[in-house]
Design a protein around this ligand. Structure first.
Ligand SMILES: *Cc1c(COP(=O)(O)O)cnc(C)c1O
Length: 371
């Protein structure tokens, strides 16, 4: 007989998932009810309101998409990009590359604005493209690059998009709940996130918010969205309005209880207070890291508090350090990706993993393992 699976208790300080609070795990274990049950409908309205709170938006089209952050990403691209559309894609790490893939698979034409891994998106380069091309539909960029620990200036990029009358598509998977995501103030058109980073819910849900301008673009497309599952025109039959809900796909009932609870907890703490906590914990981590003679590779001005890229000292076997942290301390941190593989560790302070206990555990465990 195969025994039940009982996972070890870990501390998650990598690039996501982050630690999930017992309240959220408890919510997930509540009885499953029907996805068209009036009580479930009532909860869905609360989830939409709580997401508007987290995204700082009044957008009517604000929903938790069924699927991980990648499905939120794809939802934005398949609905907004049609064959032949030109989209500026900013790439300064791993996730910009996925945006390029998305544009291409929609039949669109990506116009790349490339910056070095570890640097923010260069806004002047975007404007250079806009000055010389009059037929661009959108600009897509990653607000918080989890592969490098860099935050780009979303307000400035969205302002530029508005100035040139194009749409903005923002990856806020790692920023939402950790650093300010000001959807309405920025005038962002499509913003997607994920449940398992600073919202500290289990993976599998992707919050998405779409401006009225972008929603009208979706409604007036020339061709049907190539993905039936992600077509927002259909998904809205289930999630839209407070009236009758039309079956589209069976909503992931229990994971939605979980994101509801995670968002309730975010609101109890206060969004601004959560941002402050992430900043404070990052600062404590930085002081400790520097005291150990290690350093962060990203310049202070655009460092991401919730994802710290720590340089690996010479002669250290970085994979052995990670596996010892896991076996001896039940502590997970992340490896470097792409060009940063073997050069950095990625230490996450996301959501429930942004506490002084986590900072102290990481510093003392690291001191032991490196010593
Ligand atoms: C994690 C992440 C994603 C992908 O989210 P999944 O839930 O893994 O699909 C996309 N963009 C960024 C910036 C991320 O950090």
């Amino acid at each position: 007989m195969t025994p039940s699976f009982n996972p070890p208790i870990r501390r998650l300080m990598g690039p996501g998932p982050s630690d999930v609070h017992p309240r959220v795990l408890g919510a997930m274990a509540r009885p499953t009810i029907g996805h068209l049950d009036p009580e479930f409908s009532r909860m869905m309205e609360e989830v939409k309101d709580l997401l508007r709170y987290a995204f700082k938006t009044k957008n009517a089209l604000t929903i938790p998409v069924s699927g991980p952050g990648s499905v939120g990403m794809e939802t934005c691209f398949v609905n907004l990009v049609e064959a032949g559309d030109k989209v500026i894609v900013c790439q300064n790490g791993a996730f910009g590359g996925r945006m390029k893939e998305n544009v291409e698979r929609c039949g669109g034409v990506p116009i790349m604005v490339i910056d070095e891994w570890g640097k923010p998106v260069d806004i002047e380069k975007i404007e250079d493209v806009l000055k010389t091309n009059s037929d661009i539909k959108a600009v897509a960029f990653v607000h918080a690059e989890t592969s490098t620990g860099v935050q780009s200036d979303a307000a400035a990029i969205c302002a530029l998009a508005r100035k040139y009358g194009i749409l903005s598509i923002v990856d806020a998977v790692t920023s939402l709940g950790g650093t300010p995501v000001l959807t309405d103030e920025w005038g962002a058109d499509a913003v997607y996130s994920g449940s398992q980073k600073c919202l500290s819910c289990m993976p599998g849900i992707s919050p998405v918010t779409i401006s009225e301008k972008a929603a009208s673009v979706v409604r007036s497309r020339n061709h049907k969205v190539q993905s039936w599952f992600m077509d927002l025109n259909l998904v809205m039959g289930y999630w839209g309005g407070e009236g009758a809900r039309v079956y589209h796909h069976t909503a992931p009932i229990n994971p939605l209880y979980a994101i509801h609870e995670a968002l309730v907890m975010l609101k109890e703490e206060g969004l601004e207070q959560a941002w402050e906590r992430h900043a404070k914990m990052h600062n404590a981590l930085r002081v400790g890291i520097e005291a150990m003679g290690l350093s962060l590779i990203v310049e202070e001005a655009y460092r991401l508090p919730q994802l710290n890229t720590v340089s690996i000292p010479e002669g250290v076997d970085e994979a052995a350090v990670r596996s010892t942290l896991l076996s001896r301390y039940n502590l997970e941190i992340g490896a470097g990706l792409g060009g940063l593989a073997g050069k950095v560790w990625r230490v996450g302070l996301m959501g429930q993993s942004a506490t002084s206990e986590h900072v102290i555990l990481f510093l003392s465990a690291m001191e032991d393992v490196l010593g």
